[in-house]
Write a protein that binds this ligand. Structure first.
Ligand SMILES: O=C(O)[C@H](O)[C@@H](O)[C@H](O)[C@H](O)CO
Ligand SMILES: [Zn+2]
Length: 299
């Protein structure tokens, strides 16, 4: 096995860093700081971190085919014009749930933007249960609701043949799979493919690699784990120097590097002094496996 190296590349205190996405055109990493209400773009070349301040918790960001980005902002799907720092609301969900916000989101291989909601947390992983739902923003800008009664809607991705949708509701401590119909965007036949072990703690963000294996960031577990969704077995663990690892994506040259976001919210002084890099962004190299380019929203 190649030698795995973990490096902190951005140390500027994300409250909850989330939704890392490689923007190949810009040669930069997109991500968000949810409570910090900012969408960020980090350029490895210059080391520069740009941020666009937003008016609500921003929980995910995605590429958009027609230019710019799309984000989930509070309980809205919105377009983000980076240059003008301008946001335009596309659709509003959970209107009857003022305490809700969107959480993780990602675009499917056909250009649909999937994202789920949750109740606002009282503290990490403590919240009113069953308040969330999973939604899709379709390219025609209509919204489809797949199901409700979600606790913390989190990581999502699709199998390489587009026939399976993988999904995490964090408080189920499970990585689930659904049959996926790429023609219609419909999901069906939910089952668990992996249950987290105690020390892995809470499953959060997730991405797939070119071998069809899943990488899951473990919140409070200080690691990313690689899972084989066919066998339901964990095949690799990479530990990080912070406990609150939140999400992961591949990026960089040929998508051969992994980027991992983390959080510092919910940590006390003593905990933070032991993990000064909490809330930073990490780069993992030497994994010996690559990722696939992110899909762009087609609407
Ligand atoms: O990053 C997220 O997805 C949520 O917004 C966070 O709040 C944590 O994941 C959660 O606390 C752990 O379950
Ligand atoms: Zn998350």
């Amino acid at each position: 096995m190649s030698s795995v190296r973990v490096e902190c590349v951005v140390s500027s205190g994300f409250g909850i860093g989330e939704s890392p996405v490689w923007d190949e055109k810009e040669g930069a990493l997109l991500c968000v700081d949810i409570p910090g209400r900012r969408a960020c773009r980090w350029s490895p070349g210059s080391g520069q971190l740009q941020a666009v301040p937003l008016d609500a918790p921003v929980s995910s960001v995605a590429l958009r085919k027609s230019g710019g980005y799309v984000v989930t902002l509070g309980t809205r799907f919105a377009a983000l014009n980076w240059k003008e720092q301008q946001v335009t609301t596309i659709a509003h969900v959970d209107k009857d749930k003022p305490n809700n916000r969107f959480n993780d989101g990602k675009v499917d291989p056909a250009g649909r933007y999937f994202a789920g909601t949750m109740a606002e947390e009282i503290r990490p992983a403590v919240l009113e249960r069953n308040q969330g739902s999973l939604y899709t923003l379709c390219p025609d800008l209509s919204v489809v609701k797949h199901f409700d009664r979600v606790d913390i809607s989190n990581g999502l991705d699709w199998s390489l043949d587009h026939k399976t949708f993988f999904y995490i509701d964090s408080l189920s401590y499970s990585v689930d799979a659904f049959d996926y119909d790429i023609q219609t965007g419909k999901i069906d036949n939910r089952r668990s493919v992996y249950k987290l072990e105690k020390e892995e703690s809470i499953p959060d963000g997730m991405c797939i690699d070119t071998e069809g294996k899943l990488w899951v960031a473990c919140y409070d577990g200080g690691r990313v784990i690689r899972l084989d969704p066919e066998t339901g077995k964990r095949i690799q663990t990479v530990k990080l120097p912070v406990d609150k690892t939140t999400s992961c994506c591949f990026g960089g040259k040929d998508y051969s590097e992994m980027y991992v976001t983390s959080a510092r919210d919910g940590m006390d002084k003593e905990w933070l002094s032991r993990q000064p890099q909490a809330g930073g962004i990490f780069k993992i190299t030497g994994l010996g496996v690559k990722g696939i380019p992110p899909y762009a929203f087609a609407g």
